[in-house]
Design a protein around this ligand. Structure first.
Ligand SMILES: C=C(OP(=O)(O)O)C(=O)O
Ligand SMILES: [Mg+2]
Length: 544
């Protein structure tokens, strides 16, 4: 049997094997030349292509249920819309454009008109663009872009996936996810972990591999060509872990074990896993698909659904962290050469504070409705002055506790001053690593730098832990570093006061803390800080 194997960075545990389904690359803009030799014949290709696309969508609608079925039926109707077809035909006849280009322009105009109408109509603009891409792909004879609709359980193979696409994956149909790009802290990886889908990213050479079936190991990062006729194997889950549900070292030093959530489903899973509260609610995950700003009422309802499982428990809600790899249509910045270094996170609110204020109003309402003990924090804060600006707005909204994330090296180095301005901080090690190592967290080629065991990153965490001890204020970790049971001990030893992670990691981290004294955690931290690379850091931690 074929034994070709590749390796990448394991980001979501479990093993699976099965048939491969490839996610097609995004379509570029179709060319406006060459002009068709026979414009009438070229125009006549559009209507039948539209019928084929509409027919496919209707067929899919038959197998879907609820809201998904309604969306597919509406999208099918858009594909067959005579107004869209005839305006594209006209462009071919009048301007002698190739049919794919004509469809691109005609659909673009429809989408712009819908977006300008606002409200419900604006929500449909994205659907028109989806229809546009399907129609263009049909005219070009290629697969439509995006995640295909899976008829049976499959291993998804992609260059990379947008967070919105990953969030929509069905864990019953996606056996495993493998990407050529992406880093261990990319949002694709984070979402795959939250969904419990085994995943390996940064698999160099993946797209060139001609495999009909793959076996994927989400623990080791090995991806092997498998026998396409072999039985489909699903993820192997680890057994139950003993933990009493209170985050503390064996000698009683409290380190709260909290959940990272982005939806009501995640919150339910975190509560069931035994999380003592929520250390990070990524509110932007509720709106990856929204084309306009949700109203205060809509936000209040969405947040209440997430907070309700944590009635009477602490929950940290993070205000919208839009930008770079998590673009939100209603907070789109100007075109920027380096989006990760641009107007993202809290920086969006400096120009448009009214959007922040409306979100704070909704969060205050959701706190009342759910009975959760809500604190709010801001993402991407660089200075103590920014932290103070944010805290003032949070308090003006009637929310008692304000904090900020530390994910920029300058903020780590001034953690003391930042803590003077707010009630708590929470370290986003994913971005803190990205900015400390100047290594894009979405890029497979630099994935090794974005390793939370890098001593350079851990030395910054020591500064933050010391600031927490000096001020007596909490400093948690909510980046992926907190989900590693061994590294969790190092973080506790550095003086961090809580750890927040995806539901599947909660019990393992809780149990790891419960089996170790604070003095042992501190000794581990010292040993790891004395190393100069992640391999020796891991070895130093394993020896003790
Ligand atoms: C928790 C973090 O925020 P996000 O992953 O959403 O950027 C982080 O950067 O570590
Ligand atoms: Mg971040």
């Amino acid at each position: 049997m074929p034994s070709e194997s590749l390796s990448g960075v394991a980001v979501s545990p479990g093993r699976a094997s099965g048939p491969v389904v490839r996610v097609a690359e995004p379509l570029g803009e179709p060319a406006s030349t060459p002009a068709p030799a026979d414009p009438a014949a070229e125009a006549a290709r559009i209507a039948p292509a539209a019928q084929i696309v509409a027919g496919r969508l209707e067929k899919l609608a038959e197998t879907a249920t609820g809201e998904a079925a309604t969306i597919l039926i509406t999208t099918a109707a858009m594909a067959a819309d005579p107004a869209l077809v005839s305006s594209a035909e006209q462009l071919v006849k009048d301007q002698h454009l190739p049919a794919p280009r004509a469809v691109h322009q005609a659909a673009g105009k429809f989408a712009d008109a819908l977006a300008a109408a606002g409200g419900y109509m604006a929500e449909r603009a994205r659907d028109v663009l989806d229809v546009r891409d399907r129609l263009i792909a049909e005219l070009l004879g290629i697969a439509p872009p995006g995640v295909p609709d899976l008829a049976s359980p499959s291993v998804l193979v992609a260059r990379d996936l947008a967070p919105a696409d990953t969030a929509g994956l069905d864990p019953d149909k996606v056996l495993a996810l493998v990407t050529e790009e992406g880093g261990p802290t990319s949002h694709t990886a984070i979402l795959a972990r939250a969904l419990g889908i085994p995943a390996v990213v940064a698999v160099r050479g993946l797209l060139a591999l001609d495999a009909q079936a793959l076996a994927v190991d989400g623990d080791t990062g090995v991806v092997e060509v498998a026998d396409p006729d072999a039985e489909v194997v699903t993820a192997v889950k680890s057994g139950a872990i003993e933990w009493d549900g209170t985050g503390a070292t064996s000698d009683g030093h409290r380190v709260k074990v909290l959940g990272n959530v982005g939806s009501a489903t995640d919150a339910q899973a975190a509560a069931e896993a035994g999380a003592e509260g929520v250390g990070l609610f990524r509110t932007e995950f509720c709106y990856l698909d929204a084309s306009s700003e949700p109203s205060v009422e809509e936000q209040r309802k969405a947040y209440t659904a997430v907070l309700t499982p944590f009635r009477g428990k602490p929950v940290i809600v993070r205000t919208l962290d839009a930008g770079a790899d998590k673009p939100l249509a209603f907070l789109e910045p100007e075109d920027e050469p380096n989006p990760a270094l641009g107007v993202r996170g809290l920086r969006v609110a400096f120009d448009r504070p009214e959007i922040l204020d409306r979100q704070l109003e909704a969060i205050a309402g959701a706190a009342q409705d759910s009975g959760a003990e809500v604190s709010v924090m801001a993402p991407m804060v660089a200075t103590a002055a920014e932290a103070a600006w944010f805290a003032e707005r949070v308090r003006a909204a009637g929310i008692a506790r304000a904090g900020v994330m530390i994910e920029i090296p300058a903020a780590a180095l001034t953690a003391r001053e930042i803590l003077d301005a707010v009630d708590f901080v929470s370290v986003g090690t994913n971005d803190l690593a990205q900015y400390t190592f100047a290594a894009d967290r979405q890029l497979g080629a630099v994935a090794k730098l974005n390793d939370p065991w890098q001593p350079g990153l851990l030395r910054l965490l020591k500064v933050i832990g010391q600031a927490a001890k000096d001020t007596g204020k909490p400093a948690g970790v909510c980046g992926e570093a907190a989900a590693d049971p061994r590294l969790a001990l190092v973080l506790a030893g550095l003086g961090l006061t809580s750890l927040s992670m995806n539901a599947p990691a909660v019990r393992a981290v809780g149990a790891s803390l419960a089996a170790t004294t604070l003095a042992e955690c501190e000794a581990l931290a010292d040993a790891v800080l004395a190393t100069s690379d992640p391999v020796s850091a891991r070895q130093a931690a394993a020896k003790r």
